[in-house]
Write a protein that binds this ligand. Structure first.
Ligand code: ADP
Ligand code: MG
Length: 271
């Protein structure tokens, strides 16, 4: 579905992704994790034609994304980025914008079919109750749902999301991630999402990609990637990896400085 082959790209300031190779299969739900500044957003930008690689190739359905017209690419690929401009239009109008890549030549207005698809996207994401509210006057959780509804109105095959649950409390996080997983299964939508929260990533994703300093440090099932030694090295902090007692998925706990010191002195005393 999505293939990055030896992709290097970056910014004038100095940061660069360094020879990233990664394949995402159709129908997968993959999480990109890693510390702040490790290149997660840059990776999404490279995968979505918003940043041109210095070398290497990004393919979707086997075709180089830089050889495709942006409007055609937008029928396959939708992105929910962190930097979406929020404009004072209603949620319904905003979601309808997702239909633009599908408009025919000389079509400037939406058709009934476009409205139907936008309405279905709002239904799936439970946006209908606030569809007539302004985008600027809804909660953070509602805004995330509206952004996803707009992406779904594009009828994409591949959805890229950048930290869709930041700023949401745990109940809204679960609601949003459950929705993303339902969409992944019911629409056989391939999903790649950048996630800040390792535990949520482990709970929801089939596969994790762990980034560190512009490189892929580990790829695999949560059990393989959530290794305490790997995580401690990448995050440069002391961590304990345990398990969610109900789902059985690995989860990570921080260890405070005080606890570390107490442990060290107990250790020294027992010697
Ligand atoms: P992450 O999403 O993992 O936190 P990013 O991919 O956003 O990391 O950023 C990686 C690095 O690239 C950071 O050091 C950041 O400062 C730098 N960076 C991000 N965007 C730009 C930009 N537009 N111009 C210059 N440097 C940037
Ligand atoms: Mg980021």
């Amino acid at each position: 579905m999505l293939e990055l082959e030896n992709v290097s790209c970056g910014y004038a300031g100095g940061f660069a992704l360094d020879g990233i190779s990664l394949g995402i299969k159709p129908g997968e739900l993959v999480g990109i994790v890693g510390p702040n500044g490790s290149g997660k957003t840059t990776l999404l930008r490279a995968a979505s034609r918003s940043l041109r690689p210095r070398s290497g190739t990004v393919r979707i359905h086997g075709e180089d994304i830089w050889h495709q017209r942006p409007a055609l690419l937008a029928r396959t690929l939708a992105v929910v980025s962190q930097t979406a401009d929020i404009v004072p239009m209603t949620v319904a109008e905003y979601v309808l914008l997702g239909r633009i890549p599908h408009y025919g030549h000389f079509q400037f207005l939406e058709t009934h079919a476009d409205w139907d698809i936008a309405r279905r996207a709002m239904e799936m994401t439970e946006c209908l109750p606030f569809k007539d509210h302004l985008m600027t006057a809804i909660s953070g959780g509602e805004r995330q749902l509206a952004l996803i509804a707009r992406a779904l109105a594009q009828e994409p095959k591949l959805l890229l999301l950048d930290e869709p649950t930041s700023y949401l409390d745990i109940a809204h996080q679960v609601r949003l991630l459950d929705l993303i997983r339902r969409l992944n299964r019911e629409l056989t939508l391939t999903v790649v999402m950048v996630m800040h929260d390792l535990n949520a990533a482990s709970e929801y994703c089939e596969r994790l990609v762990l980034m560190s300093h512009g490189q892929v440090r580990a790829v695999g099932e949560p059990d393989e990637v959530m290794d305490y030694q790997v995580l401690e090295e990448v995050y440069e902090t002391v961590l304990v990896v345990g398990r969610n007692s109900i789902s059985g998925r690995p989860c990570v706990f921080p260890v405070s400085e005080d606890v570390q010191k107490r442990r060290q002195s107990r250790h020294a005393a027992s010697k």
